[in-house]
Design a protein around this ligand. Structure first.
Ligand SMILES: [Zn+2]
Length: 220
């Protein structure tokens, strides 16, 4: 993998550490952290701050028997516990998708159910709660995504290949944080198809008429 140049902000890491991010953003952050030693170290530092805050709180007594009850429930759930909703960062990576993402897709690239969005670009919307939208984008080498702006924040993480837009060049592992001020048109590098994970907390603003008409059907 090329060296990661574009990282998470402290704000995002802190909110992730505090469990305060929308689910789609959490997934992008967890996936970047699984690829990036630097952000993982910064996230652990924020986790330590959170732990210190909890340690400093004056304890509030729970009802009698709650400890034994909790242990009994852990026993009852046993090894077949379901997946938790908050994605956990790990460093394991096999194939294109890091582990936190594979849990959402149900496998690696071969498990993705792509839909065409025009111009050769394909996307797959992933299931998260209603606080955000998250999708995979497949942009053929040398192809442009329709020019668009943002009503909220958009996080884009490159999982394969690279793209360039008005801001900079983003390689595998890099994350772009786009805000309301940014209008951009990402174009995939020549040579390799670009696969990205993108999360938004508000609908995109397309400039072209056709993308605007198609938008409600595509759910982006
Ligand atoms: Zn990073």
């Amino acid at each position: 993998m090329t060296e990661i140049k574009h990282h998470l902000t402290d704000d995002l890491l802190m909110a992730y550490s505090a469990g305060a991010l929308p689910e789609g953003f959490s997934l992008v952050v967890a996936t970047h952290i699984s690829l990036c030693d630097e952000c993982r170290a910064r996230m652990l530092a924020f986790d330590a701050v959170g732990g210190a805050v909890v340690d400093d709180l004056s304890p509030v007594a729970l009802s009698e028997g709650s400890f034994a009850e909790t242990l009994a429930r852990i026993d009852a759930v046993g090894a077949d516990a379901g997946a938790e909703t908050a994605p956990e960062p790990t460093t394991a990576r096999s194939g294109v998708f890091p582990t936190p993402l594979q849990a959402y897709v149900g496998g690696d690239l071969e498990a993705v159910r792509w839909r065409r969005v025009g111009g050769g670009v394909r996307q797959a919307v992933l299931r998260v709660d209603r606080s955000s939208r998250v999708r995979l984008l497949h942009i053929p080498a040398g192809t442009a995504v329709p020019d668009h702006g943002h009503r909220g924040t958009e996080l884009t993480l490159v999982l394969q290949g690279a793209f360039r837009d008005e801001v900079d060049h983003f390689g595998t592992g890099d994350i772009e944080i786009a805000t309301e001020e940014l209008d951009h048109q990402p174009v995939a590098d020549l040579g390799e198809d670009c696969i990205c994970l993108a999360a938004t907390d508000a609908p995109l603003r397309f400039h072209g008429l056709l993308p605007r008409i198609a938008q409600p059907f595509l759910g982006i």
